[in-house]
Design a protein. Sequence first.
Length: 392
Amino acid sequence: MTAPRGVVVLGATGSIGRSTLNVMARHPDRFRVVALTAGRRAAELDRLASRWNPDYVVLADSGGRGPARDWPGEWRYGTEAMRMAAADPESPTVVNALVGFAGLESTLASLEAGKRLALANKESLVVGGDLVLEAARTGGGEIVPVDSEHSAIMQCLCQRPTSEVNRVILTASGGPFRDLSRAEFGSIRPEDALAHPTWSMGQKITVDSATLANKALEVIEAHLLFGFDFDQIEVVVHPASIVHSMVEFRDGSTMAQLGHPTMEVPILYALSGPERLENQFRAFDPVESGPLEFERLRHEDFPMFDLGVAAGRVGGTAPAVYNAANEVAVAAFLENRIGFTGIPTVVEHALSAIPPSPIGSLEDLVQVDAEARVCAAERVGTPSPARGDRFP
Ligand code: NDP
Ligand code: MG
């Protein structure tokens, strides 16, 4: 019997991080936790470390060095320690479950070190674009999507070349405001946006699902992961979130991947695929699930979708500007500093103020990310930009 594969879980305290640990717990003979990381929540990381006993843990916020912890193992701190965890030689697999631009350096470090990167942190791929793909090519790393739609596409493709594909159809739940008239958008509160009808997720992606920014990020993600043209990628609203996406081949056959909405299935496949391991899951009953309904996307009412796809088509630094401004706007919305309809206003402002340019290096991206945050923060009316993404 072979030894269990080492896995580093970046963002272990989050929604995807915890689900990853649950999935791994069912296969102790296959997976071993090498390292766990968190941003600021030291007590939660301490609790996870006591439960999973990794080789070490990393807290990205070096200001979090504090009182003694219960877990007696090794604690490391700061962004350099995060980067080293992403490239740890003990671990052939890295799960990037960080949120936002903060995940970019870890994505690059793991791909440069030749890892199998189970990627939940779609923002890092969207922002990094060709730089991330180049890191995979030169370092020998492989990106395996955790996002349910992209996991579905990968499974539907069955390793056939993309030249055999006419188009892919990404499904979107439509979020909590799918049926709300635009006239009522003005009264949306943060708690309304955080009440997602089908998925339980971290706050940022939950708001992105409500504005449909998440679906725009996913269109760009599909373009980069599989090489489809933007014109080949369609989005359809499917409120039940049972069909996770579809691939239409040139011979007229359309493949779909189905299942009840749980991230544990795509996470397990990202760790084990193409092998399929035993899993605990709720069986899908086609009769009980009732009719599978699909609707057109309301483009005019959810402008974050078209803004994001347009930024993806432009390429270069445009997706980074879109992402940074969105992160600032979502944080402002959650703090009640702008309304729900203010989010696209802030993002549109940043996109028109900062002209796109090609991406030469990580430093270019760090600079444009900072610039877009300043621009968005000014539009929000905050004196200084939100710097929540990078710890000293
Ligand atoms: P959460 O907010 O639940 O978790 C984020 C994790 O990242 C936490 O461990 C957090 O640590 C850590 N973190 C946050 N900021 C930093 C930072 N600056 N430096 C280092 N670590 C940091 O997010 P989710 O799990 O919901 O989402 C993670 C990613 O997966 C996102 O990119 C999201 O789009 C994607 N995704 C999520 C899905 C879901 O079902 N949740 C589905 C598909 C994709 P701490 O706890 O200390 O703050
Ligand atoms: Mg998704």
